[in-house]
Design a protein around this ligand. Sequence first.
Ligand SMILES: [Fe+2]
Ligand SMILES: [Fe+2]
Length: 277
Amino acid sequence: MSVTIRDIREHVFGIAHWVDRERTCDRITYGDESREVRKVGTGWVPCVPNLRAAADDGCDLFISHETSFYGNWAPELDSTDTPWGRARMDVLRKANMACINFHDTWDNFPEYGIRDAWRTFLDLTELVAERPYYYPGGNRFAARNSLTLCRTEPTTLGRFAQFVAERCSEFSASHGVTVQGDLDAPVCSVATGVGCHIPGLEMVELGADVLVLTLDRALQTTVRIPLREMGVNLITVEHGTAEMPGMQRMAEYLVEVFPELETQFYCEEPPAVTFVG
Ligand SMILES: [Fe+2]
Ligand SMILES: [Fe+2]
């Protein structure tokens, strides 16, 4: 039996019933719903290196988490009309590879989605609380419970941070973690989020010994310094690092639901290293 893009989208939207299909950013960037697919690449961002790798492997469809474009990238410059925007579309057109994204649907998709894949990637399996995300200064709550608090084997901040760094090193776009706090502080419970939906004060009040944040949202001014002023322990990773496990799990999930498919996870986002002075 053949699988179409529509079959895949209907399945995912059918489970992610909390997502408004009219308003979501989960769209088709290239290709149409009736297209039959056999080999599917998944990855965090539909950047040129990911798209090229998937196209070279013969994928018919690439599914990213983040959207392909971001509206205006500079004043009066639509992101589709940038060198990188055109390059992305160029790869898709030349390879005739379809491209869609599952963002809102996959963030809180049960078990395999970004939230649960990230915490289980960090061996945080004993869930004790969950809460919606609050955006400091933005007055915006996410619809679902993006934040989790999990109990862990008793450890210290330093040892847990080292474990996170090692675990994430399988993604070349990860370049370690930033730790703020007393490295010897005991850690028995850890709060995590969903990409830019990062845990905050509420999770500390629920008993989190450390918050795992992402650089794209944990601004030094409005997030990290205030939390440190309150003595909160912080571990900060790249946005993509926290979301790649969910896209890795998507590749596994799709073949469980559609055994006709072949899938492959890609993490060709530009690698990074951190120099410590
Ligand atoms: Fe996300
Ligand atoms: Fe994200």
